[in-house]
Ligand binder design. Sequence first.
Ligand code: HEC
Ligand code: HEC
Length: 326
Amino acid sequence: MLKKIIIIFLLLLVVISLYRLFYKVKDSSHSITIKTTETKSAWVGPSHFQIPLHTNKKGELIQYGYELIAHTALYLGPKGSVQHSTNGMNCQNCHLEAGTKPWGLNYGSVFSTYPKFRERSGSIETIYKRVNDCMERSLNGKALDTGSKEMKAIYAYIEWLGADLPKSKKVNGSGIEILPYLSSPANPSQGKIVYIQNCQKCHGVNGEGVLDSTGKMYTYPPLWGKHSYNDAAGMYQISKLAGFIKNNMPNGINYHTPTLTAQASWDVAAYINAQSRPTKDKSKDWPVLATKPIDYPFGPYADNFSEAQHKFGPFEPIASSRKKNQ
Ligand code: HEC
Ligand code: HEC
């Protein structure tokens, strides 16, 4: 009897050791060597799940700010519950993951760098002014009252996101990556082919986007037409649109896994910005002509390059002539 028990016990030991050995081998085959060409890691903000809810009133305000960024249309869109003052897009349609995705128009450096002087307005801008710029341009809507609960909430969220950064610090991955310039102009007809193959199934044949089943918010936001950003918005500068697309579209990719080449990104951006969209009075923008971005598509300019070249490139000659004149 005792002999039998000892044999069973020994057998069991053998089985357990073999099992553990097998899993060790399997585990080590899973270990990966990290290869990266990145020299700096990107900033990723805190997740909205970390908002200090229930601790105090501040937490609730931050949470409301997050909601307004992520689901703007539910509050401020054409069928919004607070007011009807925007085109129905969400801030998050562009400021991806509520402004925390690296190179997805991320808000990382906003709290640390504002107020700051901006050439577009020729004035020192606060976070309130900058948020309202996007309200009036990207959302083609009306500015929020600075004293409103909505503006205070958006401010509180942006402050919470960037609160740990020292003043003036600009983190890697915030905003948009500007791609290297092409040697020839970006090509809207090539861009149309890129659009049909890679974008149309979500954004629609006419770039009109797709509303969700409630009709209040977009599942796929519009890229042009009357519900899109207007011609005074940052996305109307081709370099910003191309950089955004390369690192973020088709939706789901990120800057480690781009699927479009830089050329295709410039071309599809050219195609999108060659379509019609709402217009806004821009006569007060860029009061000092020499500070207009080289891809600002409206004259007058401080140089002799044509409006077409400022719209589609090539940008390198404009950039080097600027450097010479500085
Ligand atoms: C159509 C796309 C789009 C939408 C929608 C949009 N924005 Fe923006 N936003 C931009 C672009 C483009 C910039 C300029 C980024 C740059 O110049 O690097 C910008 C810049 C900003 C900045 C300054 C960022 C910085 O780092 O200096 C803030 C703050 C901001 N937006 C807030 C908002 C808020 C709040 C909303 C919603 C009410 C919103 N935006 C909606 C495209 C958009
Ligand atoms: C699988 C569906 C899908 C595909 C394919 C896709 N997008 Fe998007 N796109 C989205 C969604 C969804 C958003 C908004 C993201 C969010 O709210 O989190 C978006 C946002 C955008 C925005 C910023 C918001 C706006 O409406 O201006 C641009 C610009 C854009 N996409 C361009 C493109 C381009 C160019 C392509 C093709 C190269 C493309 N997208 C392919 C789903 C898609």
